[in-house]
Write a protein that binds this ligand. Sequence first.
Ligand code: SAM
Length: 412
Amino acid sequence: MTGSDAAQVPASWTHLRRWPDIESPELRAWDATDQLLLQHGLQQAATEGLCGEHVLVLGDRYGALTLGLVEAGLRGVVSVQDSVALLTALKANADELGMAGFSTFSSLDEVRRPAGGGFGLVLWQLPRSVAEVEYWAVALRGLVADGATVWAGGRDKHMTPAMNKPLERWLGPVQPQRGRKKSRVLKVSAGGSSLVSVAGPIDSDAASRVLYPEPRTVLVAGNRITLHGDARVFGQNRLDPGTAFMLEKIAENDIDPEPGQRVVDLGCGNGTVAVWAARRWPDIRVDATDDSAAAVAATAASARASGVAEQVRAVTADAGEHLIPPLGEQPSHAEVSPRLVLVNPPFHQGAVVERAVGEKLLFAAREIAGRGGRVIAVWNSHLRYRAFLRENIGQTRQLGRDATFTVTETKV
Ligand SMILES: C[S@@+](CC[C@H](N)C(=O)[O-])C[C@H]1O[C@@H](n2cnc3c(N)ncnc32)[C@H](O)[C@@H]1O
């Protein structure tokens, strides 16, 4: 941190950690977007005499915004974050700093509109996709008060002018603000539930289509499956081409679990892999898990729609940690049995972290598979994970490769 940065940030930020997310000396737990959002938010809260119960934080990372507001004296702030790792980081930082007086949720569905008309102030670290911005804007509409202000920000490189359209359509007029250190914020003057959008009256069918998209039925590697998923979920309700390629290679190479062996869909997204596995192997149980609460909900919905809800257990967890017996503890029989882990690791993240994020899941896959288990992975061939798998997990063979993807089987 430079001297001028230190002067402008809340004292709590100097102690913020990213754990359990990836940590390294060059990765900080707050950024210039947090600074801009907090500055605008605190100014507005002071001018309008807002109390914390009327302040909503969306997409906070590591607690910078939530704890910045608490440090400034606002009590009762509501903070919503879909990622369990980021929510855990927020809580761990709050515990470490002895800070309380806020509540956390993983979805806006769980949040009640506060008395007195709704939230008057929203601080929002924007997601990167326009479709996801639209999802959250629709979900926010019923929770904000007439005349509320939504401060929405992000890094310049992750924001596009196309984001203004859904914000205007579902919330209200957008005024871009002056940027700072490659970050920018938008001031959205929200009209709450009585809003008549600039594009005309709000169409509630259109809102439902954004919040609850129709499921999609696809045929993949011999099995028909039905996929749910809104814009918060990787691939939404669609079949990812890399995943389809992995499932085809599993079928072509006659890869099967041993009788009674558990199969794990690590980073399950909309549940394509879990549901496909449950259909292909009707006698096995599948553990599906993802860091995103929305993904886990989508997986459970896909399993129900595909008629395999009994076989699929979907749990929100960081890198499947609930499937790894804690060091020194006697694992149960189900925990010791080697498992077949299927994984399509994330790679669409920021340039520095992208590899580390994927590697974190692959290390977890090794622990979850256990000695004698197997890890089947699909990855963009340019990521060259083969050496990594061989050096860190075990003997690795290629099951298939095309112009884009490689599928491997690694024995632990
Ligand atoms: C490339 S997507 C694959 C999704 C799905 N399996 C499919 O094939 O369509 C990677 C998934 O990993 C999840 N993910 C990323 N980091 C994670 C973590 N630390 N723990 C668990 N899941 C994670 C993402 O939320 C995302 O759903």
